[in-house]
Design a protein around this ligand. Sequence first.
Ligand code: ADP
Ligand code: MG
Length: 304
Amino acid sequence: MKKKVLIISGGISKERLISLDTGLQVSKELKKNGYEVKISEPNSELEKKIKQFKPKVIFNALHGQFGEDGYIQTILERFKIPYTHSGVISSSIAMDKEVSKNIFIKSKINTPKFFTYSYDLKDAALIKKIDRKLKFPVVVKPLNEGSSVNVFICTKKNIIRILNSIKNYKKVMVEEFIGGREIQVAIMGTKKLGAIELKPKRKFYDYKAKYNINAKTEHLIPVDLTKKELNHLLNIAMKAHKIIGCRGVTRSDFKFHNKKFYLLEINTQPGMTKLSLVPEIAAYRGMSFLKLIEWILKDASKKK
Ligand SMILES: Nc1ncnc2c1ncn2[C@@H]1O[C@H](COP(=O)(O)OP(=O)(O)O)[C@@H](O)[C@H]1O
Ligand SMILES: [Mg+2]
């Protein structure tokens, strides 16, 4: 009899649908290979399901708020059952772009310049600050979302309107816009799994470019970099994974411009949908979807 695996997916974040898809893909693959699988939402049914089903491992397929930011991890610690991906502290650090970017800067990892904005400046003062510190265009983004939800490239003309449209976040990031190429790196424990380049047809790698096949984002693998550049890139991703204290698989998002890599963020719960990048990088390295999932499950069980 193969292992019992409980998958947690769905949730209430803006990435709910992606999480349901991740959960479904993982569940299908495991069931096909003889695992006993149950899926649960991270709600009041979760505790009951864990107690009745008694899984050997819990696969956390959640993305975004409450699933990727240390909340569900805190709850899971209580059950003393291994769960996949990063733990409480590293998840919450990685999910907060302000905190994680400050750690990158302290660790000499290049990341776009930024400041946070709490709607506490007059419009003209804000524009002046951007002109002085970052220059237009800039990228405005929430501190703790994913999937490019509410990420905007802003000009002097539209920034005030855009900031007002996402005022409910109360605090957002205003970041230097970096042109050039978009490259992401998968790390698997101590292994630098590899990189993939994304060429969106849209203005940037937004939600549609990520998840809608019709948006026709090109996925390029292997990435056209020199051996030295690629090594450097993989080393930065590994360094970020380590300093944040991540576990299991992570995916780091970079821009590559004027021969410089800029780390945008590190994701502790990378997607596992059909269009997802970590499974694609793994496949390129000769690792099947099943082997990748099994590695993640095994890695969870190794946790002290
Ligand atoms: N500073 C930036 N310069 C250029 N493009 C950016 C910048 N920040 C974000 N983007 C674009 O927005 C996408 C999503 O941003 P990211 O910081 O990775 O947030 P998310 O957590 O939503 O994925 C990136 O993949 C990139 O295409
Ligand atoms: Mg990203």
